[in-house]
Design a protein around this ligand. Structure first.
Ligand code: MG
Length: 232
């Protein structure tokens, strides 16, 4: 009888404590959701480009346009001065309205997390290319689930949740991270694995807790605007 009571007590304690073990004991912070969330770091909102540097560490030379965007102009890729690990990124981009080139040569740019893992930016509207290289692909690794591209020249959005791959304690292997990507509000990458293999020709390689966000200059005048990031 006594042991049964103790058993019941243990069960009750387990049930009561279970939600706390799952992290339900912390009161969520109150934020203003925005359009730009109040706990986000604004990386670019139209004029101020001071959060960025070029690939030689100097001031960014991309063209600032009157519509509040910045345009790739052949002066090289740019990267954030701050480095990030796990994060949520919002970024808006537009490929040139005047269509030139095809496949990887049409509206190519890209967003590199930790300077390593590229979510491809490309004009993928009526533009055939390899699946792991089209817009929204985790370049060379995963094709998007669907092609949710808008027409050339139209503004498009990526909302990306990134978790870093991590080296195991013995340093011999990697616990995969992940990408979840919404393209124009549509889920196109559903918690896919990031195993630590950097995109070909990425500026950095190897697994690290943090790294800069890089926007690629692939020689096409792609525009970007309204970029913000939340650390997770
Ligand atoms: Mg690219």
């Amino acid at each position: 009888m006594k042991s049964m009571k103790l058993g019941s007590l243990a069960l009750i304690l387990l049930l009561v404590s279970a939600p706390f073990a799952l992290g339900a004991d912390k009161e969520p912070a109150i934020i203003n959701p925005g359009p730009t969330p109040s706990d986000a770091i604004v990386l670019f909102s139209g004029k101020d480009i001071s959060q960025w540097k070029n690939d030689k560490g100097a001031d960014v030379q991309w063209k600032l346009l009157p519509d509040g965007s910045m345009e790739v102009n052949g002066s090289g890729s740019i990267q954030t001065k701050e480095e990030f690990g796990d994060c949520q990124l919002h970024i808006e981009w537009a490929t040139p309205s005047e269509v030139k080139g095809d496949s990887q040569g049409r509206g190519n740019s890209g967003v590199y997390f930790q300077g390593r893992y590229e979510i491809q930016v490309l004009d993928s509207y009526n533009n055939k290319t390899y699946f792991i290289g089209q817009a929204g692909s985790f370049y060379n690794h995963f094709a998007p689930l669907v092609n949710a591209s808008r027409k050339p020249g139209e503004w498009q959005t990526y909302d990306i949740i990134f978790h870093t791959p991590k080296a195991t304690a013995d340093g011999k292997s990697v616990t995969p991270g992940s990408f979840t990507v919404l393209h124009n509000g549509v889920l196109i990458q559903d918690h896919i694995e990031v195993k630590g293999d950097a995109t070909t020709a990425a500026k950095f390689s190897g697994v690290a807790p943090k790294g800069p966000l890089i926007l690629q200059d692939h020689g096409n005048p792609v525009r970007y605007r309204n970029i913000w990031i939340r650390k997770l």
